[in-house]
Design a protein around this ligand. Structure first.
Ligand SMILES: Nc1ncnc2c1ncn2[C@@H]1O[C@H](COP(=O)(O)OP(=O)(O)O)[C@@H](O)[C@H]1O
Ligand SMILES: [Mg+2]
Length: 256
């Protein structure tokens, strides 16, 4: 971290005592734990243009939804851009990602309890009345397909033109739109005391198709009927069909 960035961070959260790179890193950013006299913070930094845009969006959304305090996410402290990087500062949350919690679980009972809590957590989120700041004018799926097209044309995705054309031609029937996380994998929720309690990595949070969240949420255990049913013991409002799962998880998600 250069002196200029360090200075700007200290203006927001006070004098830095320690900076530690986290063992568990994400795919689009570098994450560090920062300790200052005021407390513990997480610094999330992005360097590639695409990921810097996502981080800016994450900062904007976090700042807005923090005001309402209705959605469980980290506290927002600031967003700093310089020539080479974009940097988000949020509260450091004690917890582990659900991916890690599931890996470290010592029994099937513990795994099932975590998965049911994930289902319930997502169910409660999708059932909430959407908050105004997350609403957008155009249809969510349309917006995703337009973005996917842009990424294809600019070589910024692994998804192919052929796959995109299939997704455009075979859109699923529409369902009631809800607030969605927008990248709802087991990597992007935090577990505290054995329960899923918090969303992280929320650049895609908006009002959209809840089947996208469900599909990404179940992707690690979709082939295990017992675990899948456990998820739906918590998430009782809707069950995605196998076609819907493939459309969202193996189709649309390829582009993001
Ligand atoms: N507020 C936070 N408190 C503690 N750890 C966090 C926090 N936000 C993210 N992390 C950790 O950093 C990792 C990467 O963060 P994430 O926002 O998911 O980045 P990416 O967009 O690169 O996937 C997470 O898997 C988690 O371990
Ligand atoms: Mg992530």
């Amino acid at each position: 971290m250069n002196d200029s960035l360090r200075g700007k961070i200290e203006e927001i959260i006070g004098k830095i005592n320690t900076v530690d790179l986290l063992v568990e890193q994400g795919c689009t950013s570098e994450v560090r734990k920062i300790e200052t006299i005021k407390g513990l913070y997480l610094l999330k930094s992005a360097f590639k243009e695409k990921y810097r845009m996502w981080l800016k969006e994450e900062a904007r959304i976090l700042e807005n939804i923090n005001i309402e305090k209705q959605i469980p996410v980290p506290d927002y402290y600031g967003f700093i851009e310089d020539d080479n990087s974009s940097n988000l500062i949020v509260s450091f949350e004690n917890g582990t990602t659900l991916t890690t919690a599931l890996r470290e679980a010592k029994s099937l009972t513990e795994r099932k309890s975590l998965i049911k809590s994930f289902g319930l957590f997502l169910h409660q989120f999708h059932e909430k009345e959407p908050i105004k700041v997350l609403e957008q004018k155009n249809d969510w799926l349309e917006r995703q397909l337009v973005k996917a097209q842009y990424y294809v044309e600019n070589g910024q995705t692994e998804g192919s033109k052929e796959l995109l054309n299939q997704l455009i031609a075979r859109k699923p029937f529409s369902v009631k739109q809800t607030m969605i996380h927008g990248d709802c994998t087991t990597d992007n929720v935090l577990v505290k005391n054995g329960e899923v309690k918090l969303f992280i990595d929320i650049a895609g949070m908006t009002v959209g198709d809840p089947r996208y969240d469900i599909s990404l949420a179940i992707s690690d255990f979709v082939d295990d009927p017992e675990l899948l049913n456990t998820f739906y013991d918590g998430y009782i409002r809707y069950r995605v069909s196998s076609e819907e799962f493939h459309y969202f998880n193996d189709g649309l998600y390829e582009f993001f």
